[in-house]
Design a protein around this ligand. Structure first.
Ligand SMILES: [Zn+2]
Length: 65
């Protein structure tokens, strides 16, 4: 079980795997950082690239934890 903070604030989420951690963080992200998600809105390609980058950065953080 790993506990990692949100990449935007100090909200913590715990999970066994990165995929579970991402699921655990999703409701928090939608509530606390809806403005950030809205500001990243672009073409589907841009949003996919942004999401891929986010996943890579946070997976690295999760693996290092
Ligand atoms: Zn947060």
């Amino acid at each position: 079980m790993k506990t990692l903070t949100c990449d935007l604030c100090d909200h913590e989420a715990s999970a066994q795997t990165f995929e579970e951690w991402m699921q655990a963080l999703k409701p928090h992200y939608g509530q606390a950082h809806a403005d950030v998600m809205a500001s990243k809105k672009g073409t589907p390609e841009e949003m996919r690239a942004e999401m891929t980058k986010w996943i890579e950065e946070n997976k690295a953080r999760f693996d290092a934890a």
